[in-house]
Design a protein around this ligand. Structure first.
Ligand code: C5P
Length: 297
């Protein structure tokens, strides 16, 4: 049997840091969006666990979140079998787009199927939270969700919107832990509350959503990587409805009126950005099965 799964990227349309917790994490209010930009993971049965990746700069060691997820599932279910896992990387790493977290979630989901463990979704979500704050969001297939706690407590947020974005990721990437550690509190209060932005999404109001986009980690990320501010200015000047950094950066998204607008903005920003930066178009990913192929040879 061979199994192929998609691991989608995410954006944080809204990210508010409420304060530091005794466990060292920060209490958050966030809105996640699932994107149609995705990595692909393939799984094949094997005696031992092994991982290969299309990106040679990525660590294949035990610190890789995919292998951590696999080991966690082996321990949880008392599995002695292994798997050959291949990761085809498309999501820029250390960009605030959740690539590593999504790969880990896909590993839990894929190996739960490959090893026929039948663990319920709720248990996979609990295991996901042990791997990272953003991992649980990627277990359930909803396009939008509110994330609370350290981001791991997710509730689906229904919306009729399918958003179109331009993504710009500068060559310089940022460490999540460092951005959180350097951020100064209290921060400037956001223009809109979480419930106002959630309301705009539920009602399908693109303009209100664009006005409410927020990220409390932006000032610290810009201090470490000033080009983020330049990208923001360019995207705004090119007519994006709203512009924000995602997660702890360094990736920035410009919310566009529609796909045609996103193509136009992407073409113009490509002409002015340094070649090392990653420029892409992405849309909201609507719920679809993440399984691409499942074949018995
Ligand atoms: O949960 P995850 O392993 O992705 O987090 C990476 C680092 O980011 C944490 O070790 C912590 O320093 C920081 N973080 C935080 N508050 C959160 C999420 C992450 O301080 N809510």
């Amino acid at each position: 049997m061979m199994l192929r799964l998609l691991a989608p990227a995410k954006l944080n349309l809204y990210l508010r840091v409420l304060g530091k917790r005794p466990d060292g994490y920060h209490e958050l209010e966030t809105i996640f969006e699932r994107l149609d930009l995705a990595d692909t993971l393939t799984f094949e049965p094997a005696d031992a666990l092994s991982l290969t990746c299309s990106d040679p700069t990525l660590s294949y060691g035990e610190d890789n979140l995919v292998l951590k997820a696999a080991r966690l599932l082996q321990r949880e279910a008392g599995v002695v079998r292994g798997a050959r896992i291949h990761l085809e990387k498309r999501i820029p790493v250390a960009a605030g787009l959740g690539g590593g977290s999504s790969d880990a979630a896909a590993a839990l989901d894929g190996l739960n199927r490959l090893w026929a463990l039948n663990l319920p979704q709720q248990r996979l979500i609990e295991l996901a939270a042990m791997l990272g704050s953003d991992v649980p969001f990627f277990i359930a297939p909803q396009p939008f969700a509110i994330g609370l706690g350290r981001g791991e407590r997710c509730e689906p947020l229904p919306s009729p919107l399918r958003l179109a974005h331009v993504l710009v990721v500068p060559a310089e990437r940022l460490s999540t832990a460092e951005v959180y550690a350097g951020a100064q509190f209290p921060l400037t209060p956001p223009r809109r509350s979480l419930s106002m932005v959630a309301h705009a999404l539920r009602n399908g109001s693109l303009r209100e959503l664009a006005d409410g986009l927020w990220n409390d980690l932006e000032p610290e990320a810009i201090r470490r990587c000033p080009v983020i501010a330049t990208i923001r200015t360019h995207l705004k000047d090119l007519g994006c409805l709203g512009v924000r950094m995602s997660g702890s950066g360094s990736g920035v998204f410009g919310l566009c009126a529609d796909t045609a607008h996103a193509h136009e903005v992407a073409a113009r920003i490509r002409a002015m950005a340094p070649r090392a930066s990653h420029i892409d178009i992405a849309h909201t990913e609507f719920p679809s099965s993440r399984v691409v192929t499942s074949a018995v040879p």
